[in-house]
Ligand binder design. Sequence first.
Ligand code: NAD
Ligand code: MG
Length: 360
Amino acid sequence: MITLDLTLPDTRYPIHIGHGLLDQVELILPHLPIPQVAIVTNDVVAPLYLERLTRQLESHGVHCIPVILPDGEAHKNWQTLNLIFDALLGANAERKTTLIALGGGVIGDMTGFAAACYQRGAPFIQIPTTLLAQVDSSVGGKTAINHPLGKNMIGAFYQPKLVLADMDLLATLPERELSAGIAEVIKYGLLGDADFLAWLEANMDKLRARDPAALQYAVRRSCEMKAEIVGQDEKEQGVRALLNLGHTFGHAIEAGLGYGHWLHGEAVGAGMVLAAAASQALGWLSAEDVQRVVTLIDAAGLPVRSPDFGVDEWMRHMGHDKKVESGVIRFILLKQLGQAVIQPGLPPALLDTLFSGPHI
Ligand code: NAD
Ligand code: MG
């Protein structure tokens, strides 16, 4: 097991990454102010891992309140959030009861937001069970639910007390979800670490075969980079925006196709190809650089071509992105492979070409 620290101005928490961590409750116990937890999970993850965690905790005298939500992004809303509050209040949970998120990013985001709200703030712990959640959503304290008019529009910055990333839990993850998580891993290489990018090119087969050492290294390097960036800019006033590489395009793909058709990571994969193509159009990347990006994303089992919406629809969907500031879309592009920059706005002619080019 390795442990990273996320250090913020007024808090600091450990991120443990390793194998068999779900059974090592001694990692959790010191973080519980009282011996009571609510384990929030869903009806897919609960049959796999809930009983194991509950048994371990209860054997150490911790009372566990199970909260099993319906699975899926479609349920990341007020109605489902309220089920968490129903369960907490129904069980007389206190302000010091710790909420444990046991699941992917949907469970992590909802549990974190519930913890931020419950009695004005209860402690919470992330046990991410998807690769995407391990490398991205469980770290950094962004929590949210969706509104019918926009994804993640209602939420809070609220940091966990602990992140426990157990590689073994990825064994049951569907192939498509694994690839979606790899998209976010590739993102870190592209935005800030050319050596890691080269490592990913050399080790993609191992990652997709779930080689334990390769997975652990990928999660570790991703979390290191996320922790470093969030440590500099918790509330996304600057450098944290770089983590949105591929996401402005990706969110437009998700919205344009209707949420749920492509997984988030798939849309980010194709979105990173567009970001690379736009960077080439600005003269920052070479054709060979773009080809490297395309080859790697394809090797990860992700789509490299975006849907053909037409430029007007692209602009409309990108206009709804949270990265829009005073009407200007802040694109995250690549100065070179391994170095992302914020680019406020792009020339209309470039966007026209981009959205009718070979990457569409
Ligand atoms: P998810 O939570 O929907 O999980 C994907 C699927 O895998 C679900 O069906 C889930 O039940 C299942 N699953 C989870 N763990 C499993 C396991 N170990 N074995 C088998 N099946 C398992 O999706 P996700 O990709 O983990 O997360 C996406 C969500 O994360 C989105 O809502 C997105 O907005 C959010 N997100 C948040 C942040 C952040 O900073 N807070 C960052 C990125 C993404
Ligand atoms: Mg993402």
